[in-house]
Design a protein around this ligand. Structure first.
Ligand code: PLP
Length: 356
């Protein structure tokens, strides 16, 4: 066997259990539960065969996204999903032996990327009440780590940091590249943009995977100071984004009302779900984003398995620091959450008999 780089031989890969989910109610990976605008389907169907034969063309895509978030196009770069942007950031900035500062628990793909580069990983835990460990992170920033990621709102805790506080944090650490992962911005409406553009050490990540409903097509955007965006362009392939994603992305951006309607539905469903969990006396944590953590009475893995038996997927957080015993629940439409709540009540009651 030919060994890979030592960092790769020692790597624990990020594996997401993603097979066989399509027929089920998917409340496990925070995707849209209603799918994209019909315009996306129309636009893909309208692609002529020569669009398959030629390498993809990107004109207008960065411009369309830039217009939707109110920033100049030179500050935007399309990527093959935010995962690809994360990898590109580590490729471009993650020198071997330098420090990657992060918080735990957070999105699972940052650390393998840091490991692959041979970086030193420094983790600050979220506070017991799941709030952001601002003082701890600010202190660590004094040592000028190479990279820090802030997932805002954090996946899976939902923790939100106010954009002003984030910009101040980045301003206090000019030697550190600050990456703000705003994957769920459509649901929170709170962004460090456009204020953050003036900072030469901050980059923001957005995606069309969640509220926009095109996770399978893989399209995201890195938005930041033009020097950072240009460096990311250097380390990504010339045709990393395929033509279906380009066409779909433009169609998504041409129909913002579809996404607005979905976000409003999720917001209504979220308030209802929180009310029901309170009524039942079930511990939960709902911050920003289209998801929340739920601590079922009894064994979480058993509840997750039984929900699957009812055709509903949620993501177990068993064994994770601070949130052990919970599952992450994606919030869908009001009807979908009613279906979830009916199944959850039956499953959790059966398992423990302890619901109020
Ligand atoms: C916080 C966070 N960042 C990044 C990603 C990856 O997004 P994409 O589908 O654009 O690669 C996810 C996906 O779940 C996420 O939750």
């Amino acid at each position: 066997m030919i060994k890979a780089k030592p960092e790769v031989e020692g790597l624990t890969p990020y594996v997401a259990p993603l097979e066989g989910r399509r027929p089920l109610l998917r409340l496990d990976f925070n995707e849209s539960t209603v799918g994209p605008s019909p315009r996306v389907v129309d636009a893909i169907r309208a692609l002529p065969p020569d669009a398959y034969a030629a390498y993809p063309e990107y004109a207008g895509l960065n411009e369309a996204y830039a217009a939707s978030v109110g920033v100049p196009a030179e500050n935007v770069e399309a990527v093959n999903g935010v995962d690809a942007a994360i990898r590109a950031i580590f490729d471009a900035y993650g020198d071997r032996g330098s420090t990657f500062l992060t918080t735990v628990p957070t999105f699972g793909y940052y650390e393998p990327c840091a490991q692959q580069q041979g970086m030193v990983i420094d983790e600050v835990p979220y506070e017991d009440d799941l709030s952001y460990p601002l003082a701890g992170v600010a202190k660590k920033l004094e040592a000028a780590p190479r990279l820090v990621f802030v997932c805002n709102p954090n996946n899976p805790t939902g923790t939100m940091l106010e954009p002003g506080a984030l910009v101040a944090l980045a301003r206090s650490a000019p030697q550190t590249l600050v990456v703000v992962d705003e994957l769920y911005v459509a649901f929170t409406g709170q962004s460090v943009l456009p204020a953050a553009l003036e900072l030469p050490n901050l980059v923001v990540l957005h995606s069309l995977s969640k509220a926009a409903g095109i996770a399978a097509l893989r399209l995201g955007f890195a938005i930041g100071h033009r020097t950072i965006v240009e460096r990311l362009r250097r380390v990504t392939g010339p045709y990393d984004i395929n033509m279906f994603a380009v066409v779909a992305g433009k169609a998504v951006l041409a129909d913002p009302d579809h996404m607005r309607r979905y976000v409003a539905q999720v917001s209504e469903a979220r308030a209802w779900t929180i009310g029901e969990l309170r009524r039942l006396g079930v511990r939960h944590a709902a911050g920003g984003g289209n998801y929340m953590l739920v601590w079922p009475p009894g064994d979480v893995e058993g509840v997750v398995r039984k929900l699957r038996g009812h055709g509903i997927l949620v993501r177990s957080m068993a064994g994770k620091p601070l949130i052990d015993g919970s599952f992450r629940l994606t919030i869908g439409t009001p009807e979908q959450m009613q279906r979830f709540m009916t199944a959850f009540t039956a499953v959790a009651l059966l398992q423990s008999g302890s619901l109020r």
